[in-house]
Design a protein around this ligand. Structure first.
Ligand code: TXA
Ligand code: MG
Length: 360
């Protein structure tokens, strides 16, 4: 294989990972074509979406889909999301789409909403981990859409991380986790939303949020009225054997302690002093406004952006966990941002990453 412009080959574990760069707004067609051909040939392609990077395979190719599970080290009982170019492709993968599902799809696709629908038999059974239902979404990222159009097949894609790690928001994160385990990585820069899509089960009345994400509960309710949200988010539907498996789903390497409630920043500062006194190093995930106080108290600080704008916090959350891990801190301290808007998804991810949650 020759090295093309804009591509880097990385050699590891006997396999090649081809890294292809593309501008995010105007995808480089030459690289899109290479990635699309790889998908059609049954290979694994990581690509940016508006939420996080996905690890894609042709959803109609059972062998290719199984490759996703082995590359990630993901339990086969945990089903995947199928990505489409638009609502018009729904009949290829799902049947009997309800009026509620259609209204949501029309309102929010392309966008960070995943709908649980009924699976057509053409879709590889591994995609749904043997269930009759199927998770489907249309991503709002020019590179993802260009790839899906060029490949012209539905693409099954979980987040492109090793099982148990935080989801990747840059191609470098993908490479750190899956070097030598994925055939192609399309590098379209950092993903704009930073947390995964909202997963909604529309088969129940009212519909139920299985995983809060980039589309807020308020946005969904503005179109279809009240929806429910269960704390057990993903486990029941996914048929996972134990909620414990999900406990580590979005975890950094360091021990993460989460502080919830009004006085969280003050409680974090006190904890920082205590932990430092035991000789351990501490990293903190804080807003721009809080940074100075934590820096002075001797923490390694990662700024999540202005506290008033949760879109910044969501965008930088996973990158922050990965950054503090590369600094090899022993403990990460973080606090939540309530349950309004993106706060719900941020709290969910922090809770899953935490070894300990401190309530006021
Ligand atoms: O933003 C996202 O959703 C990203 C990008 C790449 O699209 N993908 C992603 O995939 O986060 P993954 O595999 O990490 O998460 C898929 C979620 C899991 O919570 C899984 O349990 C749920 O979707 N899911 C998939 N199929 C399901 C089904 N048939 N019923 C219930 N939940 C399902
Ligand atoms: Mg994931």
């Amino acid at each position: 294989m020759s090295i093309r412009t804009g591509s880097i080959y990385v050699y590891n574990q006997g396999n090649m990972t081809q890294l292809l760069t593309t501008p995010s707004e105007h995808p480089k067609q030459e690289n899109i074509k290479i990635a699309a051909q790889a998908l059609r040939a049954g290979k694994l392609v990581a690509f940016p979406t508006e939420t996080v990077y996905g690890l894609g395979a042709n959803a109609l190719d059972e062998t290719a889909v199984r490759g996703i599970f082995s590359a990630k080290g993901r339990p086969s009982a945990d089903p995947l999301i199928v990505h489409l170019t638009g609502v018009d492709q729904l009949p290829r993968v799902a049947h009997s789409v309800s009026p509620t599902a259609l209204r949501l799809a029309e309102a929010f696709w392309p966008g960070p909403l995943t709908l649980i629908l009924s699976r057509r038999p053409e879709v590889a059974p591994s995609v749904s981990a043997g269930l009759n239902t199927l998770a489907v979404r249309v991503p709002a990222h020019p590179v993802a859409l260009a790839l899906l159009r060029a490949a012209d097949v539905p693409v099954a894609a979980p987040s492109a991380n090793r099982f148990g790690h935080t989801s990747p928001t840059t191609a470098q994160h993908v490479l750190a986790d899956l070097d030598g385990r994925v055939d192609v990585i399309l590098d379209g820069g950092a993903t704009p939303i930073g947390v995964e899509s909202t997963v909604l089960d529309v088969s129940t009345n009212p519909p139920r949020i299985l995983r809060p994400g980039g589309l807020t509960r308020e946005q969904i309710e503005s179109v279809i009225g009240p929806v429910s949200f269960g704390p057990q988010s993903e486990t029941a539907e996914a048929g996972l054997p134990s909620p414990g498996l999900l406990k580590v789903h979005y975890a950094p390497r360091a021990e993460l302690v989460l502080f919830n409630g009004e006085n969280a920043p003050a409680a974090m500062l006190a904890a920082l002093t205590e932990i430092k006194a035991t000789g351990r190093t501490v990293g903190v995930l804080v807003t721009d406004e809080e940074a100075q106080a934590f820096e002075s108290a001797g923490a390694r600080v990662y700024c999540l952006g202005p506290g008033a704008d949760l879109s910044h916090v969501a965008r930088r959350l996973y990158a922050g966990m990965r950054h503090l891990d590369t600094l090899e801190v022993d403990v990460i301290l973080a606090h939540d941002f309530g349950v309004q808007g993106l706060g719900l998804a941020i709290r969910d991810r922090l809770t899953k990453a935490a070894s300990r949650v401190t309530e006021p």
